[in-house]
Design a protein around this ligand. Sequence first.
Ligand SMILES: [Zn+2]
Ligand SMILES: [Zn+2]
Length: 760
Amino acid sequence: MPTIKELKGQLKQKTDKAPEKYYPVEKLKEKGFQRSRCKNCGKYFWVQGESELCGDPECSGQYTFIGDSPCSKKMDFIKAWQEFSKLFEKLGYTPIKRYPVVARWRDDTYWTNASIYDFQPHVVSGLVEPPANPLVVPQVCMRFNDIDNVGITGRHYTSFVMIGQHAFVPPDQKFDKNQYISDMMDWLEIGMGLPLHEVKFHEDQWGDGGNLGVCMEFFARGLEIGNQVYMLYDVKDDGTYKDLNLKVLDMGMGQERCPWMSMGTATSYECNFPTVVKKLYKETGVKPNQDVIKRFLPYSGLLDMEEDKSIDKTWEEIAEKLSMDVKNLKEETLPLAGLYSIGDHARTLLFAITDGALPSNVGGAYNLRIILRRALGFIDEFGWDVSLQDVCREHAAYLKPQYPELTETVDDLQKIFEIEEKRYQSTKAKSIKIVSRLLEKGFSDAELVSLYDSNGISPEILKEEAKNIGKEIKVPADFYSKVAELHPEVERAKKKDEFNVSGIQPTNILYYSQKGLSFDATVLKVIDKKKIILDKTVFFPTGGGQEHDIGKLNDLNVIDVQKAGGGTVVVHILEKSGLKKGDKVHGVVDKNRRMALSKLHTAAHVIGGAARKVLGSHIWQAGSQIDPNKGRLDITHYKALTEDEKKQIEKLANETIKKGTKISKNVKNKKEAESKYGFTLYQGGAIPGKDIRVVEIPSWDVQACAGTHLDNVSEIIEKPIHNIANTVVDTVDAVMESANGYKQVAETAFETMESIKCLL
Ligand SMILES: [Zn+2]
Ligand SMILES: [Zn+2]
């Protein structure tokens, strides 16, 4: 199969020849734009008047809006979305709320990286209706691939807001590119007061995730403002492509870019978190030397750590260009870069923690620990009296008009930061010995990275220690990116279907609807003599953290039950062979085991709800395992639970069980369920398909869950009340943090083993 790059190349040949078939040429011409070809890179672009070079800074040179904005309107970050959403509402779009930065509705990514992520895969595929159509959304996106550039280049962030303009258009409706680009032109011209003769639209091709399309990137004065993608084709395995069922408009514009263009400040941070920058100037005493910064920034891009390997040399070159001494230049710029990084990192942490992520040692959340330590490292290095918590508070206050939810969680951050800081300090203390030994023997870049990864020793700590003994060490410029690379965001371990069930109809599932545990069915297929597929079943197959049922088909023991065929077919595994295709069977599910599983599964939901009430809204289910003897619930918490916290959770859980609450279990349309309950639904992970089964313990816990559940929480216990204590008390047990002190996900296991035994 050709690569996406090759496919884009093929498509480019077509778009180069017949742009009117792919791009909104009609509107561009109407607005006085002409097609031109960049004499540097050869790309086609559209511009009013004459221009030989496209808008890419590689071709047209450095930013020319700094200190000289072409916009007649001035806006800060907050005003940008206010104005944008107001205009687009008038144009017929519905502004919707952002989605969480942790993409819990997907199983292929940890973070939300772009506004279109909100609608992948099911809205884009046409399975699920969009929340509005067309719509605009201020989506907070996390991107940790440029950590080392944040602060220094004036434009990099670990999180930014992508304003999305989206439309999902079925074949019988018009996919109106001319209108979409016209709406964006209105924003640039009317909304931002940016004259269109300043804007260059680039013809480009786009491909991702099995889809192919074309796009128009738009630039002004060397700055890319946004990119309007028209998703058109579905790419097949052989590399041919056909029209998508649903054509999708995917325009993404950095909200941070609009204020920057309109204000022309030296860095993009000053206009995007103005109150935070001011506060940090005041607290650190760092004052930007406007003259140096203004002269330095056009070259700061050269320090792009990823692309540049010889960082020292680049510093020297820049200093020479500015006729400055390197040491002097660094003294003027590095503290500022640290200060802006603190601002950026605090904002990212605020969004991420609000949405239920925690600095951790695993998966995508590892990046949060990296940036938290990087921020603490700057505070240490420059000896500043800065509280990250206060910086977050300032962010939350500033962002309140756009994201009021941040003010509600900002207080929770204090505890998390305190603990993380303690860990950081203790690592530092422990590391002194290791460091002095290392400094004597020398080390490679790889060793440096692994030193951080396994012992938490950051280059900042290392540098400081080295300085104390009069040595200097070199740290690779892309250090943090290298560390992040060691921690893939999502570890995918998808099991392949072991059973060949092609041609078999989906099993009619009775375990949700039927109260009784016996049924009659017909054998549709027998695999390897002992694996039986029926037309219908009451047997629950292993899935969603819950173990399978056991029981009998006629007089044969069912010892395992699994899903196959993408979850649509149930396979019963017998102890002995004895059935053939067409046989009529009478099935009976083992009641004791089913009850034990249902009780423990329901108990897991009760305890999860109790943990959230006791520990805070950041509590998410990180995993659960329900087998008949015990249940385990992993929750995301920033430290091991104290005895007191455990007791409180137990108490609350028991009170709820005692009180008794009806549990509702309903299959609901995904769109409606998401808008009613939010993404806390996906505690147990992303759920494929159009509909989801919502299990709700009112005002306590609500989840999309496929497990078997009781009808009332009081059924967890059937014994007299004094036994309740035994059920959950003794049972909530937090697994200790690992020896090095920063295994993050506090694993809370609850084992109702004894009590369940006594119940049955
Ligand atoms: Zn060019
Ligand atoms: Zn569940």
